[in-house]
Design a protein around this ligand. Structure first.
Ligand code: ADP
Length: 245
């Protein structure tokens, strides 16, 4: 399949980096990587690397931002100036401000915000290296950091992007695929309930392919969920504390 000069799938349906359509990049998850944050995680999907830190529930500053009936969930998504080939300007871009809101809305269904009125839960996601799928990697890192902070959760939030090249569904798009595939659909789900908390789409997809994409994403997300659980268990073993998963 060709678009411009970029061949995204060859005759054997191999992707430009050799992956099969439903194959993710190598995934790495480490929990508790920062000492002073209440919770933290470093998550990598191939060359995309995101560090998440969580503080709270804690007092809100400035105070007038406090909500009387629930905690304020504040998410900051930023790309490090060295995360891309061209130096990224340090001032927050419109994209970063929008993605901070998108990530907050994907995480919120997992949290019992009503249990912490007048408090804030602060989530910082820093993209250290960007190669496509930074919002989904940030959601996975933030979910782990929230659990590491000991914040009660309904479940873990697990995310992946799926896309379309012709009639073939591909998963975990890298930057080249993100730029050239016909569609790109980031999805987040609350596990183990398997409830969608985020679904966005760039490009077009027929209803039939959309259902196929959703089912493919669900299968991959089950695997990513088990990796999140494994990373939390490893952290608990290291800290010699007991967690119930
Ligand atoms: P996502 O990272 O969630 O896929 P986008 O679709 O907006 O979000 O971005 C796709 C990819 O484009 C990013 O992962 C990153 O590799 C690249 N990118 C985004 N913003 C910039 C930027 N300001 N400079 C260079 N590359 C960028």
């Amino acid at each position: 399949m060709k678009k411009g000069e970029v061949q995204l799938l060859d005759e054997q349906k191999r992707r430009h980096d050799g992956r099969a359509p439903n194959e993710t990049r190598p995934i790495s998850m480490k929990v508790g990587v920062l000492d002073r944050a209440d919770g933290s995680a470093l998550v990598e999907f191939g060359k995309t690397k995101v560090l998440a830190a969580v503080y709270g529930p804690r007092e809100v500053h400035p105070r007038h931002l406090a909500l009387p009936d629930r905690a304020l969930l504040r998410v900051s998504y930023r790309m490090a100036t060295f995360s891309t080939w061209e130096r990224k300007r340090p001032t927050p871009s419109r994209r970063e401000i929008e993605l901070s809101m998108v990530i907050a809305s994907a995480l919120e269904p997992a949290l019992f915000l009503e249990k912490y009125p007048k408090c804030a839960i602060d989530v910082f996601c820093l993209v250290i290296e960007a190669d496509g799928g930074t919002r989904t990697t940030a959601i996975n890192a933030a979910s782990l950091a929230l659990a590491d902070a000991g914040i009660p959760m309904r479940g873990l939030v697990v995310a992946i992007a799926v896309g379309r090249v012709g009639d073939t569904i591909i998963v975990d798009l890298d930057e080249v695929e993100d730029n050239y595939a016909e569609s790109d659909m980031p999805i987040a789900m609350l596990f183990p309930q398997e409830e969608i908390t985020l679904l966005q789409m760039d490009g077009t997809m027929s209803p039939h392919l959309f259902e196929q994409a959703l089912e493919t994403a669900r299968q991959v997300l089950r695997n990513v969920y088990s990796l999140q659980v494994k990373a939390l268990k490893e952290r608990a073993l290291k800290a010699r504390t007991k967690v119930v998963l």
